[in-house]
Design a protein around this ligand. Structure first.
Ligand code: GDP
Ligand code: MN
Length: 386
C-alpha cells in the first residue's frame, strides 16, 4: 500500500525523524488557530500520485489569507473539491537532498539511493547514487560516510550518514518496499527535515500491522480503484487496469510479468495485469475470463490472450471451462490461448492435445508463449521490433 504523505510523515515521526508541523484538513475545514504561530505555510494536496509540485498541487502561501484561494486552485486542478489537504509549516530550504531506502529485488537486499540535488527534478537532473546495504544486519554511519563524502562536503556527509543509517531499520520494522524522502531539506541552521515522504508498505506484511492504521491512505487507495478492479477483488483476484491493447489473462505475478514483457517485445501492451489475492479461492479462472471479456470491450483492445501454466489441476477440465466461456457469448476480440501443462495436470490431456482441441473449435492455441505473442502481433499488425 502506498501511504499518503501525511501518513508517511506520521510513520517517520514515530521513529524520531523530524518532519514539519502540519494538520490534515478536509473540504471546508478552516485553517486551525495554531497555524497562525507558524513562520510560513505550505498547502499540499493529499493524493497518492507523485509529481504534485509540478502540477500546482503544492502551494507556498504568502500568508494565511492565501489559504482559501490556494485551496480553490488545488480543488480546480484536481477537479475535486473534496480532496484532503495537508496544511504545513513552511521550512526554509537551504538545500534539497534526495534520500531513499528500497528493496533491490535483484540482490534481495536493501539499498540506499541518494542524490545531492533533490527536489522535483531529481529524475531529470542526474542519476541516483546507489549504495548496497546488507540484507539483515544494520548499517552504520561509518560505513555510509565514504560513499556520501563523494557527493557532499565532509560536514554534511557526516550528518547525512548518521541520518541515513537510521532509515534501513525503519524500513524493516515497518515492512516498507520504499521509504523515500524527497526533498530531505537541509535548513540554513543545519537541521535535516523530511519535507515529503513517499512510502510503500508491502501488502504481504499487512497482517503484522494494525489494520485500522492509516485510514486516509486506505481511503485514497480504495478511491483510486476502477469499477472493474473493485469487482475483480470481490471475485477473488487482483486486477490492475492499464491503457493497453491486449486483454491478458494470467494467474500469478511471475507469469503475468513474463507475458507483459513478451508483449512489449512485440510492440504490444497489456490492457490489464492479474495477480492472486491472499486468502482468496485458488481457482478463479472463470472470474478472470469474465473480467477479460469486459476489458476486451474497450475500443483500444485488439486481442484477448489467455496463458495458463498448470502442474496439478486438470488441463482437460480447464479446456472444457474455456470452451464453455467462448461458446456462451460472442467474443468482442480474437482470442489467443497459450498452454503449458505437466505432471498431474496433463494426465487426462496433454498440452498438445489441448492445442489441437482448441484448434478444432477455431481458436488459435499454442504451447510456446513466444509463438503465441508473435501470432497476436501479426494478427493486429503491431510494430514488431524483434
Ligand atoms: P511532490 O512534487 O509530489 O514530490 O511534492 P513535494 O512535497 O516534494 O513538494 C514539491 C516541492 O515543493 C519540493 O521539492 C519543494 O521544493 C517544495 N516544498 C515542499 N514543502 C516545502 C516547504 O515546507 N517549504 C518550501 N520552501 N518548499 C517546500
Ligand atoms: Mn517529493
Amino acid at each position: 500500500m502506498r501511504l499518503a504523505e501525511i501518513d508517511g510523515k506520521a510513520l517517520l515521526r514515530r521513529h524520531g525523524i523530524a518532519v514539519p508541523r502540519g494538520v490534515l484538513l478536509d473540504a471546508g475545514d478552516p485553517a486551525p488557530a495554531e497555524a497562525a504561530q507558524w513562520p510560513g505555510h505550505v498547502l499540499k494536496a493529499q493524493v497518492l500520485e507523485g509529481g504534485r509540485g509540478k502540477r500546482g498541487l503544492v502551494r507556498r502561501l504568502a500568508d494565511l489569507a492565501g489559504f482559501a484561494p490556494a485551496r480553490q486552485r488545488i480543488a480546480d486542478t484536481l477537479g475535486d473539491p473534496t480532496a484532503p489537504l495537508l496544511l504545513e509549516e513552511a521550512v526554509e530550504i537551504a538545500r534539497e537532498i534526495y534520500l531513499a531506502v528500497r528493496i533491490d529485488g535483484t540482490r534481495q537486499g536493501l539499498e540506499l539511493l541518494v542524490a545531492a540535488e533533490g527536489g522535483e527534478d531529481v529524475e531529470a537532473t542526474g542519476a541516483l547514487a546507489r549504495i548496497a546495504l546488507g540484507a539483515a544486519a544494520g548499517v552504520t554511519a561509518d560505513a555510509l560516510y565514504p560513499e556520501l563524502a563523494k557527493l557532499f562536503a565532509p560536514s554534511i556527509a557526516a550528518r547525512l550518514a548518521r541520518y541515513a543509517a537510521r532509515l534501513p531499520e525503519i524500513a524493516r520494522r515497518e515492512d516498507l518496499e520504499l521509504l523515500e524522502i524527497n526533498p530531505l531539506v537541509l535548513t540554513a541552521d543545519g537541521r535535516l527535515v523530511a519535507c515529503d515522504a513517499k512510502m510503500i508498505r508491502d501488502d504481504s506484511a499487512a497482517f503484522r500491522h494494525d489494520p485500522e492504521e492509516f485510514p486516509l491512505s486506505r481511503a485514497l487507495t480504495e478511491r483510486a480503484l476502477t469499477p472493474l478492479e473493485r469487482s475483480a477483488r470481490e471475485l477473488g483476484f487482483q486486477l490492475v487496469e492499464i491503457d493497453g491493447d491486449v486483454a491478458l489473462v494470467t494467474a500469478g505475478a511471475g507469469l503475468g510479468m513474463m507475458m507483459m514483457d513478451l508483449l512489449a517485445d512485440h510492440g504490444l501492451t497489456a490492457a490489464c495485469f492479474m495477480d492472486n489475492l491472499r486468502g482468496a479461492p485458488d481457482e478463479t479462472m472463470a472470474e478472470r475470463l469474465r473480467i477479460a471479456r469486459a476489458i476486451a470491450q474497450r475500443p483500444k483492445v485488439r486481442a484477448i490472450v489467455f496463458q495458463t501454466v498448470l502442474a496439478s489441476r486438470s488441463l482437460a477440465d480447464r479446456m472444457d471451462a474455456l470452451l464453455a466461456w467462448v461458446a456462451a457469448e460472442p467474443l468482442p476480440k480474437p482470442l489467443f490461448v497459450g498452454i503449458a501443462a505437466g505432471h498431474a495436470a496433463a494426465r487426462k490431456m496433454s498440452a498438445e492435445a489441448a492445442v489441437a482441441k482448441l484448434g478444432g473449435a477455431g481458436i488459435a492455441a499454442f504451447t510456446d508463449p513466444v509463438a503465441l505473442v508473435r501470432a497476436v502481433a501479426e494478427a493486429v499488425g503491431a510494430n514488431t521490433a524483434s
